[in-house]
Structure formats: C-alpha cells, structure tokens
Ligand binder design. Structure first.
Ligand code: GLN
Length: 484
C-alpha cells in the first residue's frame, strides 16, 4: 500500500479498496516500527489522525469527499497546527503548543487530508543537513549514516521511507529541493506569493515559501492544488487565479526551449552527479525539447547575497523569542537583561546564533550600506539575469545540489563549505521564481535531483515537464531497501 503514489491512493479510496482508517493505521504503524531509524518525525498525532480518518470515511460514504479526503500527510514542524506542538526544530519552541492553524495546514484540513504528525527539520529552517535540529539529526533512508538534506529533511525522509505518501515543506534557499534531491523524491518550490506564509514560523520573510513534497510530479501538482491561493492574512500573497495544476501534465514537450546555464555545469559539480543530470536532460531532448546553452553570470553571487539577506531578516524575525512572550524561558532570571540573555542563549542552537549575529552585524548602522544594501543590489542583478534568460528560453535546467548526500557530521564544523552546497538553489529564492526537483538517477549509489526553474507562476509548466520525464523513467519509483 505504501508504495502507491498519491494519485493511486486517492483512486483506491474512491473505489473503496481500503478506507482512510485502514490507510492511516498502515502509515502510523510504519512510523512506529521504522521511524527509529530515520527520526523523520518530531511529533506523531495518532489520536487526531484516526479521528480525522474516521471523519473522512464518513464524508466519503455520504458522497461529500474531495479528491484528497482521507489521504495521510506529514507537515513540516514549521507550520502552526492548533493544539499540537510546533517546535520549528528548536529548544526555544519545545514547549510551544500553537494556538492557531496556519493557512497551509488549514487548507489541507479543509481538503480532508489526515495529519500523521510533524516532521524533523533544521532549527528554524537554517541549514542544509537537518543536523541543527534540537531533536537530533534525521537520517537519510538511502544510507542511515548520511544526511537527508535540509532543512525539510524530515519531510523528505518521511516520503522517501514511505512513512507518509506526501508532505509539506518550506524553501527559503533550497530546503524543499535539496532534501528532495538527496532522498529521491519530488519537491516544488512555488513562486514567491503563490502559497500563503501565514502561520508558518518566519525565517527570512522575503524568501520563505511553502510547497509540496511527494513521490511524483503528478502528486505534487495535486497537493499544490490544495495549498495554493490568495490569502488576505499574508500581505505578500498574490492575487493570481489558482489553475488546476494537474490539467496540463500530459502536454508534449516538442519545441520546449530549455536553457542550460554553463555556470551550473562548471567546476565544483561532482562528476557523477553531472553525468546523471546530463542524462536526464537528454531524456527531455528525446521528447522534443530544444537545448540551449545560456549564461547566468551572477550565479556565483547568490551565496554571498543570500547569506547576508537571509540572516538579516532572520535576526529581525527571531527577536520575538525573548523569554517573555512565549517559548523557552530560563530558570530564575536575576533581572530583565539576564532573562533575555539566558533565555536566548539557552534556547537557540549554534547555527541560529551564528545567523542572528551575522544578520545583526549586516544591519547595524555602520555596515548597512556595505553589506545589506549591497546584497539587495546584487539580488536585483540576479533577478535581471533570470529575466534575460527567460527572454531566450522557456525553462532552465540543471542540478539541484553539487553533490549527493554526505556523511552526518562531515560539515558541522565547516559552515562556509555547507553554505556553498546551496549554490544552485539560492538564486531561485532571491529572484522569487518557482523550481521543481525530480529524481534523476543515482550517483555512486545515492540519489540526485534534476532542478527545473520556471518563470513566475509557471508551476504548471514545470510539473508538466516533471511528469513527462517520470512517464519515461522510473527513478522516482525506487525505494530504499530497508523501507521497501
Ligand atoms: N540551506 C539554506 C540555509 O541554510 C536554505 C534553508 C532553507 O531553505 N530553509 O539557509
């Protein structure tokens, strides 16, 4: 049952092959017996899930079900879920029971999806390895000694290990796409503003975007149908009609112009990853796409620009965690200053502290122009670079990450090398564009992911290409042996 895609499971529920209670119980049992290995979940919500499943079955027998009614889902622990612990992977929020529901999870509830639990993540979504989680690292189902990628590593591992058929993730600089690539699943980062950020714990507000994580592009399209849409509670949410993202999945690729940035295939890209990505692009060419080499001359500027802008926004966003309002408070503070200092000092982990310090420094009066303003100017150049590219081509293709998953602990003392891992994903967030990662074969035994970048609101086109690719390949069907 757990190797079925979302589309197949929805079909199974519809034709009465199994009930939502049976399906939900199956996944809850898998989590119970297998999640010791992966640590993909921070919280499981068994009772609530079974109640939701029961209700879903009733709706279905009354003829009131939508397509996804009764399907289990895992939510990244960055989405506020009413009455359920919402930790954001941090000691700071270990005691936080969200008093309200995020728009994304509310939309999922309204569609009848059944929440299995909340998934592991890097603390406050800062990281590419999931190792900065207060709840311990999440392990890659393909090799338990390796990272699953991050920050949505728990969601990626849950889908890859078939502990959940679909999951939500968030992507500020690659956190949906990079773990999708490292765990052999499909992940979509939508256009900035396509999905509401309301109730999603903020990391870097001008970059954060939620999206679907699933086995296939078709499944991601079905989940995006549920997640997307204008939300007046998020002032950056876009008033753009939500199309049916499944409608054009089977469109042909003849004549599609795919740009291949020469900077994405240059030095620094692992040779075996490169070979896998090139082979996946060949498949698209076989289906009629036209390949064209392009240049994104600002490609090497995304890491420095992002690692100024994201920490700057984070330092402002995280100032609310002060030991007074909610979250962690230190024991026996001597005075107000001691309360602030120790609550934050004890509640935040090293990576979060590093970002707050970098951000506060970059925003300080004497350095604002030199760092923050400069980074914003570079951000504009990156955006222009993409705009020029999209005058020539329909989509851009390349690798998601320069390497496959590395060993746990390998980068913990080397943040800069870790930041460089984000080289192919960050510019997409800086420009606000949508991008899809699909499984693209294995390099030295570990999964790789092809990244497809589209112009604004071209999610349907990306999902169409991903789907056509998956009709011709079976990488996305491969499952890690111990979770088969
Ligand atoms: N790896 C990037 C960072 O550490 C991106 C994280 C994310 O997308 N949430 O900031």
């Amino acid at each position: 049952m757990h190797n079925k895609t979302l589309a197949e499971l929805a079909q199974g529920l519809e034709s009465g092959d199994f009930s939502s209670v049976e399906l939900t119980t199956h996944y809850l049992n898998r989590i119970k017996s297998l999640d010791d290995k992966t640590n993909a979940f921070i919280t499981t919500t068994e009772e609530q899930a079974l109640a939701q499943a029961k209700q879903a079955d009733q709706l279905r027998s009354a003829g009131n079900a939508s397509q996804l009614t009764g399907i289990p889902i895992a939510h990244k622990d960055i989405f506020c879920t009413e009455g359920v612990k919402t930790s954001c992977g941090s000691k700071m929020l270990d005691n936080f029971i969200a008093p309200y529901e995020s728009t994304v999870t509310q939309k999922c509830n309204d569609a009848g999806l059944v929440m299995l639990g909340k998934t592991n993540m890097d603390e406050f979504a800062m990281g590419s390895t999931n190792e900065s989680s207060f709840y311990g690292a999440c392990h890659n189902p393909w090799d338990l000694e390796k990272i699953p990628g991050g920050s949505s590593g728990g969601s990626a591992a849950a889908v890859a290990a078939r502990l959940a058929p679909i999951a939500t993730g968030t992507d500020t600089g690659g956190s949906i796409r990079q773990p999708a690539s490292m765990c052999n699943i499909t992940g979509l980062k939508p256009t900035y503003g396509r999905v509401s950020r309301w109730g999603m714990i903020a990391f870097a507000s001008s970059l954060d975007q939620a999206g679907p994580m699933a086995q296939t592009a078709e499944d991601a399209a079905m989940l995006l149908n549920t997640m997307a849409g204008l939300d007046l509670k998020d002032s950056t949410s876009m008033d753009q009609p939500v199309e049916d993202y499944t409608a054009g999945l089977n469109n042909g690729l003849e004549g599609l112009k795919i740009g291949l940035p020469k900077e994405y295939f240059a030095e620094g890209l692992n040779d075996s990853v490169k070979a896998a990505i090139e082979a996946s692009i060949k498949e698209l060419e076989k289906q009629g796409a036209i390949l064209k080499e392009i240049s994104l001359s600002t490609a090497n500027l995304s890491v420095p620009a992002y690692y100024v802008i994201a920490p700057a926004e984070a330092s402002a966003n995280l100032s609310r965690f002060d030991g007074v309002r909610y979250g962690y408070r230190c024991e026996d503070p001597e005075n107000l200053e001691d309360l602030y200092k120790r609550s934050r000092g004890e509640g935040f982990g090293d990576e979060v502290k590093r970002r707050i310090m970098i951000g506060a420094y970059a925003l300080s009066a004497g350095y604002y122009d030199a760092y923050y303003k400069k980074a914003q100017q570079v951000r504009r150049l990156i955006k222009n670079d993409f705009a020029n590219a999209f005058n020539e081509v329909d989509v851009i293709a390349g690798p998601t990450a320069p390497t496959t998953a590395f060993k746990l602990g390998e980068m913990t003392n080397d943040p800069v090398t870790m930041y460089l891992e984000d080289i192919f994903t960050l510019s997409v967030n800086l420009a606000g564009l949508p991008a899809l990662t699909v499984p693209a074969g294995f390099a030295d035994g570990m999964p790789t992911g092809l990244q497809l970048i589209g112009n604004y609101f071209q999610e349907a086109k990306l999902l169409n290409i991903g789907h056509k690719y998956q009709l011709a390949t079976d990488w996305h069907k491969k499952t890690p042996e111990q979770f088969a």
